[in-house]
Design a protein around this ligand. Structure first.
Ligand SMILES: [Zn+2]
Length: 188
């Protein structure tokens, strides 16, 4: 389960940045949402060591020193690419080469351990592994928000599977209102 966004919230506050939207996603998708647009301004946690470190702490991921922003950025780009085009999996597969899954059993059954030699890649690989699992469970339910001006992603866990927006209030209503206005304006 995803932890609270406590350390991130504090680090954002210290910078005077707005709070991060949509923090209820699983790890692999949460990585994508370390970047968000508010009021036309793009905020990216991975641009800064303190914010990236706070995000890793909240997600209970090991943080190498220096803070491994570049591997996380590469992982994020590869996942965004494969969501945009499921056939475009070369970049994701190349990054998955940084680690292996080690299988074991305990009293309850199967146990998986990440085996990632390079400490800088451990957190990014954990994110990729989570994304692969989420995608496998429901490939067509991992989506980008339908608002072209929004960069957030989510897993659609709704009953109908027809969720389009990161949030109805943030993007759904705004886009519907804009479509309505352009229709009105387009009427001769
Ligand atoms: Zn959105």
């Amino acid at each position: 389960m995803l932890g609270a966004d406590d350390a991130v919230a504090g680090a954002l506050l210290a910078r005077g940045w707005p709070a991060r939207p949509l923090v209820d996603q699983s790890l692999g998708i949460d990585l994508l949402n370390t970047r968000y647009l508010i009021g036309g301004v793009l905020y990216d946690l991975l641009d800064h060591d303190d914010l990236t470190g706070a995000w890793l702490a909240d997600r209970e991921l090991e943080s190498a020193r220096p803070v491994p922003r570049q591997p996380l950025r590469e992982a994020r780009d590869a996942v965004v690419a494969v969501i945009a085009d499921p056939a475009d999996h070369a970049a994701l597969n190349a990054l998955l080469e940084h680690g292996r899954l080690r299988l074991a059993v305990d009293g309850r059954g199967r146990v998986e351990h990440d085996d990632v030699a390079d400490p800088r890649w451990r957190a990014a690989w954990a994110c990729l592994r989570d994304f692969v699992a989420v995608r496998e469970a429901a490939p067509d339910r991992v989506r980008k928000c339908a608002n072209p001006e929004c960069v957030l992603h989510f897993q659609d866990v709704s009953r109908t599977g027809r969720r389009l927006w990161c949030s109805m209030t943030a993007c759904g209503n705004r886009l519907k209102a804009r479509r309505h206005h352009s229709r009105v304006r387009g009427t001769p």
